[in-house]
Design a protein around this ligand. Sequence first.
Ligand code: ZN
Length: 395
Amino acid sequence: MSGSAPITLITGIGELVTNDPSVGDGSPLGLLREAALVLDGERVAWSGPAADAPAADVRVDLGGRAVVPGFVDSHTHLVFAGERSAEFAARMAGEPYTGGGIMTTVAATRAASTDELRSGAARCLAEMRWSGTTTIEAKSGYALTVDGERRLLEVSRESTPETTFLGAHVLPTEYAGDRDAYVALVCGDMLTACAPLARWIDVFCDRGAFSGEEARQVLRAGVAAGLLPRLHGNQLEHGPGAAVAAEFSAASVDHCTHLTAEDVAGLRDAGVVATLLPCADFSTRAPYADARSLLAAGVTVALATDCNPGTSYVTSMPLVIALAVREMRMTPAEALWSATAGGARALRRDDIGTLAVGASADFAVLEAPSHIHLAYRPGSRVVTSTWKSGVCVAG
Ligand SMILES: [Zn+2]
């Protein structure tokens, strides 16, 4: 502990989840009771029993509340315009989801001013902060033109360094007769314009979107441009997405609603995180992904919102956790780990999703004595404040 940043002691923590298995109860959550946390500026400097805590410049007493690592929402489509409530109503009245509604958002996003995009993103991000999220990933994919995709990434970068180029989200209508030309554009001029603003390359590999071979072309081009691969796969039907993710040793394959045992083994062997998006399954009335078979096989599971105006207009990681527990049969501890440390794995980050010494001081304070309340009280305001890099950003 040194330097000019103030040393802050957060004490009176009834239950502290560190996700550091070397401390506390020995579980993956690294859980401590009657604990304290010491922050040195932006970083965690110490954790342990409150009675043993060192002196500090500033002291905050949480009065027995629980503290968990800030949520890492590793899959969002943060920047968009318009909304699709009519499509949702039609789906709830029995129409199936086909992926075609994405073009509705593309039209609205192309027509929006940059300030409109910026204020929409800021509104979603504020909701995320209030529900305990401290890191998000944000994708392009609602412009599908060279300048438009670049603009989405420019706006995304104002909110997060974890930006993803998703020019291969869906085939834009103006290329309906010439798929190859659009894939060539994504892999050519669009990638050249977008790569400097992105960390990740993504492709929607599914029915109605892009084939396995098209996904390979896009990922190969992205990797050659210095981006790291991840993809949307196996949402609408069983397809090649998970297998392509394994071939590329992608950081993550997201959705995973329709997987075979072979896919699951491939993900495990290639070290690909399976990111599950229960609010997308909920909002499209689709079957939930089989979290238990992924966990049983030893695949790392992450949970994220998939925040987007069509199929998961959700900013709340506590709601994601509640659905993962109730509908996907994850335990509250597994779901919390996947929403924090799992998301960090899906972004290949070891400085977030944990409150180990040296990690970024990103955490949520719960109006509850235990993390179990996140799943136990769905729809309630369980998160009472959110801290990012040692600063209270909501609450
Ligand atoms: Zn998505």
